[in-house]
Design a protein around this ligand. Structure first.
Ligand SMILES: CC(C)(COP(=O)(O)OP(=O)(O)OC[C@H]1O[C@@H](n2cnc3c(N)ncnc32)[C@H](O)[C@@H]1OP(=O)(O)O)[C@@H](O)C(=O)NCCC(=O)NCCS
Length: 180
């Protein structure tokens, strides 16, 4: 059900944890992901995260696996859920840099949007992205996200304050683009 053209979204497995730690400790990847001080995660922290993912009722975390090789290359999912207003906040990372810029992340996000709009019945999906992450902005636009706002000087990174964008897609926009 959760399969795209290049990737499928599946549950995380314990054997993904070591690779997840390696992916998330890469300085270039971390630069795009963590608002805080970019400091390495320990294997213990990663294991604790794995133990906790199934116990959070409003978090849906998927491992992203390539269809061709069956390789775990990253993750995506719903990090925040506001059922009353029907808004989901999502995040994504492709950790294996060999797969950057080749459509894998966009495909994973499209599968995630399908899951959220067609299975969870959510009205709006939003995300946050740093202004210097041009690859991600472009990928999100390809999925139908539009920029709704700018949080000025929100992220101090690499010696300066950078803006953060809020991007979103509504259910009606998702279905419009799907049936065009
Ligand atoms: C962001 C991410 C999910 C996008 O997935 P992806 O598979 O790399 O994206 P795609 O290949 O589908 O699309 C990227 C687009 O940006 C373009 N692009 C690639 N590198 C770029 C760069 N340095 N600057 C501007 N555009 C760039 C590509 O040409 C492509 O556009 P096109 O299809 O019109 O040619 C993935 O790169 C990633 O996980 N990066 C590291 C972590 C991260 O940034 N997560 C998101 C945090 S908000």
């Amino acid at each position: 059900m959760y399969t795209g053209e290049k990737v499928k979204l599946r549950a995380y497995r314990r054997e993904d944890v070591a690779l997840a730690q390696q992916y998330l400790n890469d300085a270039e990847t971390k630069r795009f992901l963590m608002p805080g001080v970019p400091y390495p995660f320990t294997l213990e922290e990663e294991n604790k995260w794995f133990e906790n993912i199934s116990s959070h009722k409003d978090i849906y975390s998927f491992a992203v696996e390539t269809i061709a090789e069956g390789k775990y290359i990253g993750g995506c999912g719903v990090n925040g859920l506001d059922w009353k207003n029907s808004v989901a906040t999502v995040g994504i990372f492709i950790g294996d840099k060999n797969y950057w810029g080749k459509g894998y992340g966009t495909d994973a996000m499209k599968v995630l949007l399908k899951f959220i709009f067609e299975q969870m019945n959510i009205n709006k999906v939003k995300l946050f992205v740093y202004s210097f992450n041009e690859r991600a902005v472009k990928s999100y636009e390809k999925c139908g996200f539009v920029r709704e706002g700018v949080l000025k000087q929100e992220i101090f990174r690499d010696g300066k304050y950078n803006d953060e964008y809020v991007m979103a897609i509504l259910k009606e926009e998702y279905f419009q683009q799907k049936f065009i």
